[in-house]
Ligand binder design. Structure first.
Ligand SMILES: NC(=O)c1ccc[n+]([C@@H]2O[C@H](COP(=O)([O-])OP(=O)(O)OC[C@H]3O[C@@H](n4cnc5c(N)ncnc54)[C@H](OP(=O)(O)O)[C@@H]3O)[C@@H](O)[C@H]2O)c1
Length: 287
């Protein structure tokens, strides 16, 4: 879909490259951001097949193009097509934002700082020094590991359906701090302060959960559950956490913050996150 602000002839251009792309809410967020910033810009979600990615990336070098967001299945395969990478993108091994300047393309990962900002909004402070438990071992889990180790500097546990992938993730990030992979049964849940669901369990399925509720029951009362899934708005993980009196949030805040940070990287303008959240809600995102 294409969302355009007035005077498209002179508009700055940004894109989403993904497959599929039609369902994306990003055009709504960025159209609202362009309007709020008083900039003449367009953001178009384009379905790009894997074989067409090199050509699509090359096209971003043209004048007037700000850059692009990347989603499945391009976040990892795009790396060798770019001129440089931020240290976060390099370590995470995934790029969700390409910034174009003067023919040069830089790869960044705004999922990681987007998650950090969403955790702060959800009430995470530095008062406790409890550990972080990450559920999942894909690209989103790698962004979460970067935040847990690099920004929060907390002991970090990685739990995944396939233990070998959690072990590989922990090995990749061991240079950043104390990170271990383990089956859920071996995690010291009583010492955890934050549990981040970075797995796709629960996505579009209200009955699926990445974590047996018996482990939720072992968390301290002040623990925070952050589920990156935002559809449905209330996953089974969030429901079961609330039932135990725990704080629990869905991934809508992260989605809004990663878009805010991409928009800022492209335009230099920090549009308030509420503009992105309002656009998501106006476009029918679950609350
Ligand atoms: N809110 C946001 O802004 C935001 C940003 C990025 C991602 N996300 C969400 O984060 C999730 C993960 O994304 P990704 O890119 O990291 O995906 P990915 O690379 O495909 O990884 C998926 C992970 O989920 C695990 N998993 C899948 N189904 C499961 C199930 N039924 N039970 C337990 N674990 C299961 C996989 O385990 P195996 O290793 O065993 O296959 C794997 O670790 C998605 O739901 C995505 O929408 C949200």
């Amino acid at each position: 879909m294409r969302v355009t602000v007035p005077d498209p002839d002179q508009a700055l251009r940004a894109y989403l490259y993904a497959d599929p792309a039609a369902h994306s809410l990003s055009p709504h967020m960025h159209a609202a951001a362009f309007a709020h910033a008083g900039l003449n810009g367009t953001y178009e979600a384009r379905r790009v097949l894997p074989a067409d990615l090199p050509q699509a990336v090359q096209a971003l070098r043209s004048a007037g193009t700000l850059g692009a967001n990347l989603s499945l299945p391009h976040k990892e395969t795009v790396l060798p097509l770019l001129d440089d990478l931020s240290s976060a993108a390099r370590l995470i091994g995934a790029v969700n934002t390409i910034v174009h300047r003067g023919g040069q393309l830089s790869g960044d990962n705004t999922d990681a700082p987007g998650l950090l900002a969403a955790l702060r909004d959800a009430g995470l402070d530095d008062a406790g020094r409890g550990s972080v438990v990450i559920l999942g071992a894909g690209g989103a889990a790698r962004a979460a590991a970067f935040v847990a180790l690099s920004d929060l500097a907390r002991p970090t546990w990685v739990v995944n359906r396939t233990l070998g992938r959690a072990q590989a993730l922990a090995a990749d990030f061991s240079g950043l701090g104390n990170v271990q992979a383990a089956p859920a049964i071996d995690v010291p849940w009583e010492a955890a302060q934050v549990v981040i669901n970075a797995s796709s369990a629960g996505l579009n399925d209200p009955d699926q959960t990445p974590l047996d509720a018996t482990f939720l029951a072992r968390l301290p009362a002040g623990a925070l559950i952050y589920d990156m899934v935002y559809k449905p708005a209330e996953t089974r993980l969030i429901r079961e956490a609330h039932a135990r009196g725990l704080r629990a949030h869905n991934g809508l805040g992260m989605l809004a913050h990663q878009a805010r940070l991409a928009f800022q990287a492209w335009t230099g303008t920090d549009v308030p996150v509420q503009v992105f959240l309002d656009a998501l809600r106006a476009a029918g995102a679950p609350r």
